[in-house]
Design a protein around this ligand. Structure first.
Ligand SMILES: Cc1ncc(COP(=O)(O)O)c(C=O)c1O
Length: 266
């Protein structure tokens, strides 16, 4: 699991490169296997405040949990009077073809963390959303920060949300994401072991005997395609939500010819 690099949350991370050597760590976090609802239930004690996770893991390699995982966790949290908090910093705001990834499971979390796309590519802005019942314990100014509540950031975030709806970007993510996934599958490349993800957020699991994820990312960058490897073997594609069919065709052609060249060399 990975929820950023601020001091407390790195204590919860299982990513050693963002955790090790950045101590002292904050105690109180218990990590369990992603997708294992029994493990979550077993880890809850009378002192547990919340269960926090990404509905689809980003840095983890675009890992989708079993279908019933979110409803199961919702039920476990309700039963134990524990908050269910979702980190949708990567998966949220149309990325998976829904406004929020949790909507694929028809549940509602008690808390939601958003960032990245919220700033529309212009402003660094992030938010924590929750109900009045939860937020009543924080009054204006009681949990402030120098750049928190920035008026320009807030205005840009509001406009970014409006544009998602006005320009049909969520639907475009769903339709273009399906098209992108299908086009990659049709390459029929032995380099591709699996394609995971929803909407315009795809994790392509590659066969490392051909090329490493990092080298493939660097190669595609030289050809004009910006993507990023995670966990050595997954290439993460997260194109802009405004992408159209012609641009996907252009990208898939380049990816396809890069794969062909790698296959021929192997
Ligand atoms: C899933 C996830 N959560 C939260 C964050 C926020 O990280 P930070 O607070 O370090 O900006 C990130 C940043 O990459 C992220 O990927």
């Amino acid at each position: 699991n990975f929820h950023g690099r601020t001091t407390t949350i790195i204590s919860f991370s299982s990513e050693s490169n963002s955790k090790d050597d950045f101590g002292p760590h904050t105690p109180g976090f218990i990590s369990v296997e992603f997708g294992n609802s029994q493990a979550v239930e077993d880890a809850i004690t009378k002192n547990t405040a919340a269960v926090l996770f990404e509905p689809i893991q980003g840095e983890g390699g675009i890992i989708e949990p079993p279908e019933n995982w979110l409803p199961d966790i919702r039920e476990i949290c309700d039963k134990n009077n524990v908050l269910m908090i979702l980190d949708e910093v990567q998966s949220g705001l149309g990325r998976t073809g829904k406004l929020f990834a949790y909507e694929h499971a028809n549940i509602r979390p008690d808390g939601l963390i958003l960032g990245k796309a919220l700033g529309g590519g212009l402003m660094p802005v992030s938010v924590f959303l929750s109900s009045e019942e939860v937020l009543q314990w924080m009054n204006p100014g009681s949990h402030g920060s120098t750049f928190g509540g920035n008026p320009l950031g807030s205005a840009i975030a509001k406009r970014s949300l409006e544009l998602l709806e006005e320009e049909g970007l969520i639907e475009n993510s769903r339709v273009m994401g399906d098209y992108f996934k299908q086009s990659l599958l049709e390459l029929n490349s032995p380099i591709i072991k699996e394609i995971r993800g929803k909407g315009l957020w795809l994790g392509v699991e590659i066969d490392q005997s051909y090329i490493t994820g990092k080298d493939l990312s660097k190669l595609l960058l030289k050809k004009g395609i910006l993507c990023k490897e995670t966990r050595d073997t997954t290439i993460r594609f997260a194109p802009p939500l405004i992408i159209n069919k012609d641009e996907i065709d252009w990208g898939v052609e380049i990816i396809g010819s890069a794969f062909k060249a790698i296959e021929e060399k192997a």
